[in-house]
Design a protein around this ligand. Structure first.
Ligand SMILES: [Zn+2]
Length: 492
């Protein structure tokens, strides 16, 4: 059979396309180590033993943000005592730091740097913790506020979120001050007292205070993502996503209204049934996916993955639907792709034989950068399209952030400091998305860029302990956090 020119082209085109795709598929490389010197191994030095004791001591102050403290019946001034404790632990740092009065329990300092002309940087952490409720106290291996050191870990509420960062900053500052050294640039340190309840009295006010004084930052660094050990099956390296954007936060309250009555004679229209139909419609489809924040991570890991995965990542344009489907099945990766909704609180009747007149559900939304709270509300209304269901917004809400630069000197300073602190542990460092909302959002108007990271290695299994049970940090990883801040403080 003779092939005509056009049919030849039909055969040839896919072959050319395949060749192009093969060329674009990243080659499998040997895992690269970091150039920096090795980390000091697992043996705990005397210096680190002291630092671990100081962090453990900090955990024993029950600094639960106020609205939660009411539940926990914490009557004492835990924040005042905690701050006295910090002063006792870090006398050199407190002698070098210039305190700025905030009029609240939030702490703010200015630490003059060597280069006084350069724009200052803001390093942040928060003093408050969430309560240890949400599970019986007995379910903790060590009581949540005991500050126990055992098996190479510092245990307790606040070790990861966020007292380790706060004390690591002060450990680094104290070390500098004891040597008579100053930071390369002027630093501001901010330690909020109500991050977990929205930051309205702390970060929100202090950002206004600094704005009024005309303070501008090169960048703001707050809590954010941790280093995740070998994040995919088959990966050899760890992953550090430096947060360059934060998702927005809003809670939708859906209320269905119907006639009440006795459960023995139920009418056709029932509030709970109306509400459940609304929920079914709202959750029928996920929100659209966007691989903007996933792509750098996938590209960075491509050389370590099997041929099939590398081929798909190298040709993301073609295989995007497949990649999205795979990622969507893993909650942590799904959150990187899209706006997510999660139903949390449900309420109907409080008697088993009484029909409720209203049924409500709260749906917590985490909103992808580029979208908005208004977009989510109008999409929810469109999907539900039932006049018997009203949608209201809860008062605590924040829009998604803008996306900070990955080309800035500040981003390079973070990457270099992180890389040094990781030592010879192979780590892929990429820009990423913070799926939670932190106090850093209040300082966005004062800075060109806002970043988020906590430089400690965690496994996926450790993540639920944040706000959950058995929150803990290994002494080795705490040492890495301190190293990171020391490098960053010294970086011009
Ligand atoms: Zn936090």
């Amino acid at each position: 059979m003779r092939l005509r020119p056009w049919s030849l082209a039909l055969v040839a085109l896919p072959l050319v396309a395949l060749l192009v795709m093969l060329i674009r598929t990243p080659s499998k490389l040997a895992v690269e180590g970091n150039a920096a010197g090795a980390h000091k191994g697992d043996a705990v030095s005397r210096e680190m033993a002291g630092a671990a004791e100081r962090l453990a001591g900090a955990i024993r102050f029950v600094t639960i943000a106020k609205s939660e403290a009411d539940d926990e019946a914490v009557g004492t001034d835990a924040f005042g005592a905690f701050q006295q404790y910090l002063r006792r632990c870090f006398p050199a740092a407190f002698a070098a730091l210039e305190p700025i009065e905030t009029g609240t329990r939030s702490m703010l300092f200015r630490w003059p740097g060597i280069d006084q002309a350069a724009q200052p940087r803001l390093l942040m952490a928060h003093q408050d913790v969430v309560s240890a409720q949400g599970g019986p106290a007995e379910s903790w291996t060590h009581p949540p506020f005991s500050g126990t050191i055992a098996d190479g870990f510092i245990w307790g509420r606040g070790t990861l979120d966020d007292k380790a960062a706060l004390l690591a900053i002060l450990e680094a500052a104290d070390d500098f001050a004891r040597r008579g050294q100053r930071p390369a640039r002027t630093l501001f340190l901010f330690f909020g007292h109500d991050e977990e309840t929205g930051g309205h009295d702390g970060a929100a006010r202090v950002s206004e205070q600094l704005k009024a004084q005309g303070v501008r930052f090169e960048f703001v660094l707050d809590e954010g993502t941790a280093v995740i050990r070998k994040p995919f099956p088959g990966a050899h390296s760890d992953l550090l996503m430096i947060g360059v954007a934060q998702k927005g936060y809003a809670t939708l309250r859906l209320t269905a209204v119907a006639r009440g009555g006795h459960a023995s004679m139920p009418p056709k229209e029932l509030a709970v049934n109306i509400l459940s139909t609304a929920l079914e419609r709202l959750f029928a489809e996920p929100f659209p996916a966007d691989t903007r924040f996933a792509a750098p991570m996938l590209n960075a890991f491509a050389p370590e993955l099997g041929f099939g995965q590398r081929f798909a990542i190298g040709n993301l344009g073609l295989f995007e639907p497949f990649v999205i489907r795979t990622m969507s099945n893993r909650p942590a990766q799904n959150a990187l792709l899209r706006t997510t909704l999660a139903p949390t609180m449900l309420a109907g009747s409080d008697k088993e034989n009484v029909l409720p007149r209203t049924a409500t559900v709260t749906v917590n939304a985490r909103i992808f950068p580029g979208s908005s709270i208004a977009d989510v509300v109008s999409e929810a209304a469109r999907r539900i399209s039932d006049a018997r269901v009203t949608i209201e917004l809860s008062p605590f809400q924040s829009e998604p952030s803008r996306v900070s630069s990955t080309q800035s000197p500040g981003f390079s300073a973070l990457t270099e400091s992180a890389s040094k602190a990781m030592g010879n542990i192979p780590t892929r460092i990429v820009p990423g998305l913070i799926v939670a909302a932190t106090d850093a959002r209040y300082f966005a108007p004062l800075a060109a860029d806002v970043y988020g990271l906590n430089l400690c290695r965690l496994s996926q299994d450790d993540l639920p302990s944040i706000h959950g049970i058995d929150e803990k940090l290994s002494i080795t990883e705490y040492s890495r956090m301190i190293e990171f801040y020391k490098h960053l403080i010294a970086t011009p």
